[in-house]
Design a protein. Structure first.
Length: 144
């Protein structure tokens, strides 16, 4: 948790080019193609009203597009735009640079081992049965 806090604090909006929650939302959408707005809300554990505010900011920046679901006109599908994919790539690159800086004191072998251990922990959490308090899709979104 302490390491996550260090990374979170160092990963400023200026450095990443977007806020952390925007990065998580774009990453989730990139991994899933398009997603219904309600599914996105549930997967990211974000209140529906707060999700609308988040999507408004992403849409205003040209990073996502919302459209009616042709199969169910009551639902909105959210998808990443080409500009959003480019912004996400830049943010992920900045995030990787930040990770390199924070972990610079570790030997490359130790960094590789840390990644391996964290990936194993995330995989185990993803395989947890539903209802145990761990949102698998949120974990997948944070993984990238």
């Amino acid at each position: 948790m302490r390491l996550a806090k260090v990374l979170y604090r160092a990963g400023s909006e200026e450095r990443l080019g977007m806020r952390a929650r925007q990065l998580v939302a774009l990453s989730y959408l990139q991994d899933h193609g398009s997603a219904p707005q309600q599914q996105l809300s549930e997967s990211l554990c974000v209140d529906a009203n707060n999700l609308v505010l988040l999507l408004n900011s992403l849409e205003h920046a040209g990073h996502v597009r919302r459209r009616r679901d042709p199969a169910d006109r009551r639902r909105h599908l959210v998808e990443v735009t080409a500009a959003g994919a480019r912004a996400l790539a830049r943010a992920e690159s900045a995030q990787a640079e930040l990770e390199q800086e924070v972990l610079a004191a570790m030997r490359p072998e130790a960094r590789a081992q840390l990644r391996e251990l964290l990936a194993a922990a995330l995989s185990a959490a993803e395989e947890s049965p539903p209802g145990d308090g761990i949102e698998r899709d949120s974990i997948r979104a944070l993984r990238s």
